[in-house]
Structure formats: structure tokens, C-alpha cells
Design a protein around this ligand. Structure first.
Ligand code: HEC
Ligand code: HEC
Ligand code: HEC
Ligand code: HEC
Ligand code: HEC
Length: 370
């Protein structure tokens, strides 16, 4: 009896283990050999894109009509693509967790998922990632890479991984059922080497693996609006022009997409003039893209049109004029940054107690002395 019991236990633990491993290897399996990359990745939005880990995402999903009707967690296509069983995922946002121990369910855009994207199919609503069907067939870019005892030879023939098209399966565009483009980095939905990698995965110091000392590796902390944004500040230049009765602040956005993309965001430029130790003038300027219905802001699933778009566009140089005469000795402090959630939407989304949603993120600060 004892023997049978332990056998039963053995078999049940085997099925359980298979469940846990799932279709894509869990991130933990990469940790020992790719420690630095793993640590960077853990602090990125790709590792934190699930409703359990991203309160902003969870709050929108909590209000989503599909969730209220107990339909499938359709966000999983991009937010938790490595989860085995999307319809078991979180019927009620972060309130109802599935088995908390099931590691793959809780992973966001996992290492194995991203490295198994073989090609991308362009489509109207949002693009589709075509995956390699062979487990551990990972695509990479190291031409002279060594074999790994864990995953064998890395395939380097896939040009999408090199040129950044690997990102446009999820990031190109997302249209809602009214055909409105909710969020987009790639307005023309083209595959021409979107080159997201050159800005969002810069080379940084440290080895690719624990096996061979290499000087640098591609940064896997994916700098963006939540984390590591200082690594992107070089792509937005701020300059000032003093005129007789006024001055101008120029913002030069050198990135290939609008400064912020998600319609929840609110960017802000703070300008302050200090004269003889006292703030004599200050002004806040806002940049946003608001979507809605009948001229009123609406949630992404309900919005039919763009209502306002003052967001600084791709490769745009925006000039803001201030009706104030600068004198010798004045200091002008310019701060550019953003709220991840427009303060006007914070209450509606029940996010008042989530600091990530309410705090002002400073992106770039510059002082000009006259
Ligand atoms: C086609 C891929 C795709 C699908 C499907 C998708 N998203 Fe996203 N989502 C993204 C991308 C890419 C971002 C990052 C955009 C950015 O930061 O500007 C994002 C960001 C977000 C954010 C901002 C999160 C934050 O922390 O600021 C929210 C909220 C969000 N998505 C909600 C949803 C909801 C709810 C669903 C399902 C109903 C969904 N998304 C489905 C691709 C997708
Ligand atoms: C037993 C150690 C080991 C484990 C575990 C491991 N790797 Fe590797 N990996 C290596 C070695 C060694 C290389 C080759 C590095 C080189 O040549 O500098 C490598 C290279 C890679 C590359 C190639 C990079 C390129 O651009 O060519 C990718 C991608 C990769 N691993 C992904 C993963 C993922 C994803 C996991 C976890 C699911 C993982 N590895 C787990 C040892 C490992
Ligand atoms: C499987 C879908 C998917 C793929 C592939 C993907 N992303 Fe993402 N990415 C997302 C989602 C979803 C988010 C938003 C997560 C959230 O806010 O909850 C995101 C967020 C981001 C962010 C914002 C980070 C922040 O701090 O706000 C950046 C930058 C980014 N991705 C860059 C990339 C790059 C570069 C690639 C290609 C190498 C890529 N992504 C590939 C789905 C994807
Ligand atoms: C020339 C550099 C550059 C290139 C190329 C680039 N980006 Fe960005 N990206 C930026 C800058 C600068 C920001 C704005 C500052 C920030 O959000 O940290 C940004 C922000 C983002 C964000 C956060 C937006 C938000 O609303 O939260 C995402 C997501 C993103 N980029 C994805 C991509 C993807 C995907 C590609 C390729 C299609 C790409 N980027 C190409 C520089 C670049
Ligand atoms: C959003 C997609 C994405 C995710 C998630 C991702 N990678 Fe990568 N990874 C890439 C891309 C793209 C490159 C190629 C960068 C380049 O060539 O500059 C790369 C490069 C690598 C390399 C080669 C290092 C180098 O310097 O080129 C290794 C090893 C690697 N990844 C392992 C991992 C591991 C381990 C994880 C999880 C901890 C992971 N990746 C998560 C997209 C991703």
C-alpha cells in the first residue's frame, strides 16, 4: 500500500511538473548561466506585464467588458504569451489568482517566448508572432557564439532578431473593435527593421553567460516609461532660445515613434524662472493623446476616435513659447517627464493608492543660466 501510494504521488508530481514547465521554458532556467541578463530582465516591464504584477494593466482589465462577462483574458496574446492556458488565466484581474505556484502562468513576456519568435505575420488588428515549434530552438545574434549544454546551438539566421522586427509582433499597433488604433509604434505596419533594439537594448558591460568572459551584452532591462528611462534621455534634446520679450523651449524628439504611446499617459514640461533666489515665473505645459467617443474621453475598448493629440510625434521638434522677458542673472529650469496615468483617469481606474500610477516621472532636467 505504501508502495502504491508513493508511486501515485510520484506520478502525480510528474504531471504537475509537466504543467509547470509548460510549452516555454520558465525564466528561472536561464538564471544560472545568463545571470546578468536575467537580473536586468526581472526589473523590466516584460517581466512585470501580468495583471498580478502590473497594477495599471490589472485596473484596466478589471473594468474591461470581457472580464465583466467572464470571457477569456484576451490581453494574454501580448501580456502573458508564455502562459499555457489563457482561458484559465485570471478571470478577474488580480483578484482571483490561478494556482499561485504555477510559475509559467505568472510569467510575462518570457525569455524563451521572445527567443522563439521565428517570424511575424502582419495583420490588421494587431500583428501575430509565428513561433518556432521546437522547444529550445532559440534565435540569437552571436555569430561566433559557443554551444550551450542546455539549449545546444543558437540559430543566428533569423534576421528579425537582429533588426528589431522581433518587437513589432506585439508593439506595432493595437486596434480595438471600432478600428481605432489604441497604441502604435509603427504607424505604417511595415517590416523594415523597426530597429527598436538599437535604442531599447543598448550594449552594456558584463558577460553574456557565466561560461565565457565577454565584455558586453545587450541590455535586457528594456528602458521605457516605467524603468531605466535615463538610458533613453539622449534621444530627446532640450534647448532654449532667448528673445527680447519672450523665450522659447525646443524639444527635439529623435525617436522613431511619438514620445509616449499609450493613451493613458500624460507628458509634462515644467518651466520655472528664478530671479535673485525667487521663483518669478512658472508654467506647466501638457502633451497627450486622448481617445474617446462623442468628444468625451473613453476607455480603450470603447473609444471610437482620437479627441486630442498634442503628443510630441516621431522625429518632431516642438517649440513652446513663453511670454516672459529673461534678464541677465536669471535661471530657467526645464523639466520634462510624465505621469503613467493621466491624473484625470486615476480615480476612475481605482489607482489612487498605486504610486506607480500617480507619481511624476522625471525624464530630463536642464538648467539654463543667463
Ligand atoms: C497586440 C498586443 C497587445 C494586446 C493584445 C494588449 N496589449 Fe496592452 N500593451 C501592449 C504594449 C506593447 C504595451 C506597452 C505600450 C506602452 O508602454 O506604451 C501595453 C501596455 C498596456 C497598458 C499600460 C500599462 C502600464 O503599466 O502603464 C495597459 C493598461 C494595457 N496595455 C492594457 C491592456 C488590456 C486591458 C488588454 C486586453 C484587453 C491589452 N492591454 C492587450 C500590447 C498589447
Ligand atoms: C547551462 C547553461 C545555459 C543555460 C541554462 C541557458 N543558456 Fe543560453 N547560452 C549558454 C551559452 C554557453 C551560450 C553561448 C554564449 C556565447 O557564445 O558567448 C548561450 C547563448 C544563448 C543565446 C544566444 C545569444 C545570441 O545572440 O546568439 C540565447 C538567445 C540564449 N542563450 C537564451 C537562453 C534562454 C532563453 C535560456 C533559458 C530558457 C538559456 N539560454 C539558458 C548557456 C546557457
Ligand atoms: C510578446 C509581446 C511582446 C514582444 C515580442 C515585445 N514586447 Fe515590449 N512590451 C510588451 C508589453 C505587453 C508591454 C507592456 C507591459 C506593461 O506595461 O504591462 C511591453 C513594454 C515594453 C516597453 C516599455 C517599458 C517601460 O518601462 O515602460 C519597451 C521599451 C518595450 N516593451 C520594448 C520592446 C522591444 C525593444 C522589443 C523587441 C526586442 C519588445 N518590446 C518585444 C509586449 C512585447
Ligand atoms: C531613436 C531611439 C528609439 C527608437 C529607434 C525606438 N524608441 Fe522607443 N522610446 C525612445 C524614447 C526616447 C522613449 C521615450 C522615453 C521613455 O518612454 O522612456 C521611448 C519610449 C518607448 C516606449 C514607452 C512608451 C509609453 O507610452 O510608455 C515603448 C513601449 C517603446 N519606446 C517601444 C519601442 C519600439 C517597439 C520600437 C521599435 C518599433 C522603438 N521603441 C524604437 C527611443 C526610441
Ligand atoms: C522582448 C524580447 C526579449 C526578451 C524577453 C529576452 N530577450 Fe534576449 N535578446 C533579445 C534580442 C532582440 C537580442 C539581440 C540583441 C542584439 O543583437 O543587440 C537578445 C540577445 C540575447 C542574448 C545574447 C546577448 C547579446 O549580447 O547579444 C542572450 C544570451 C539572451 N538574449 C538571453 C535572454 C534571456 C536569458 C532572457 C530572459 C532572462 C532574455 N534573453 C529575454 C530579445 C529578448
Amino acid at each position: 500500500m505504501k508502495y502504491i501510494l508513493s508511486l501515485l504521488l510520484f506520478f502525480s508530481s510528474v504531471t504537475y511538473a509537466n504543467n509547470v514547465v509548460g510549452k516555454y521554458a520558465p525564466n528561472k532556467e536561464c538564471q544560472a548561466c545568463h545571470t546578468q541578463i536575467y537580473n536586468e530582465f526581472n526589473g523590466s516591464m516584460h517581466a512585470n506585464s501580468t495583471p498580478q504584477k502590473d497594477p495599471i494593466h490589472a485596473s484596466v482589465w478589471n473594468m474591461h467588458p470581457k472580464n465583466l462577462k467572464f470571457e477569456q483574458y484576451s490581453c494574454g496574446k501580448c501580456h502573458t504569451p508564455a502562459a499555457d492556458n489563457l482561458d484559465q488565466m485570471l478571470r478577474k484581474g488580480k483578484k482571483a489568482l490561478p494556482q499561485a505556484s504555477n510559475a509559467t502562468h505568472q510569467e510575462g513576456i518570457s525569455c524563451a517566448y521572445c527567443h522563439r519568435i521565428e517570424s511575424i505575420k502582419l495583420a490588421k488588428k494587431s500583428n501575430i508572432n509565428i513561433m518556432s515549434e521546437t522547444p529550445k530552438k532559440y534565435f540569437g545574434t552571436l555569430e561566433d557564439g559557443m554551444d550551450s549544454p542546455y539549449h545546444g546551438t543558437i540559430k543566428t539566421e533569423n534576421k528579425h532578431i537582429k533588426n528589431g522586427n522581433v518587437c513589432v509582433g506585439c508593439h506595432s499597433h493595437k486596434k480595438n473593435k471600432h478600428g481605432l488604433n489604441v497604441c502604435s509604434t509603427n504607424l505604417d505596419n511595415e517590416m523594415d527593421g523597426a530597429n527598436c533594439v538599437s535604442c531599447h537594448m543598448p550594449k552594456v558591460k558584463g558577460s553574456v553567460t557565466a561560461f565565457k568572459d565577454t565584455k558586453e551584452h545587450a541590455f535586457h532591462g528594456f528602458p521605457g516609461s516605467h524603468f531605466n528611462s535615463d538610458m533613453l534621455s539622449q534621444y530627446v534634446n532640450i534647448s532654449m532660445l532667448r528673445e527680447i520679450k519672450s523665450f522659447k523651449v525646443n524639444i527635439d524628439n529623435q525617436s522613431s515613434h511619438a514620445m509616449l504611446l499609450h493613451p493613458l499617459r500624460l507628458a509634462m514640461l515644467k518651466v520655472q524662472v528664478t530671479r535673485a533666489g525667487k521663483v518669478t515665473q512658472f508654467k506647466d505645459q501638457y502633451f497627450k493623446r486622448v481617445i474617446g467617443t462623442d468628444g468625451k474621453p473613453a476607455m480603450p475598448w470603447a473609444a471610437k476616435t482620437e479627441i486630442t493629440n498634442t503628443m510630441i510625434k516621431a522625429n518632431e521638434k516642438r517649440t513652446i513659447e513663453y511670454d516672459f522677458a529673461i534678464q541677465k542673472g536669471d535661471t530657467v529650469d526645464v523639466t520634462l517627464g510624465w505621469f503613467l496615468v493621466n491624473p484625470k483617469a486615476v480615480m476612475k481606474l481605482n489607482l489612487t493608492s498605486e504610486k506607480v500610477a500617480t507619481k511624476f516621472n522625471e525624464f530630463k532636467k536642464q538648467s539654463f543660466n543667463f
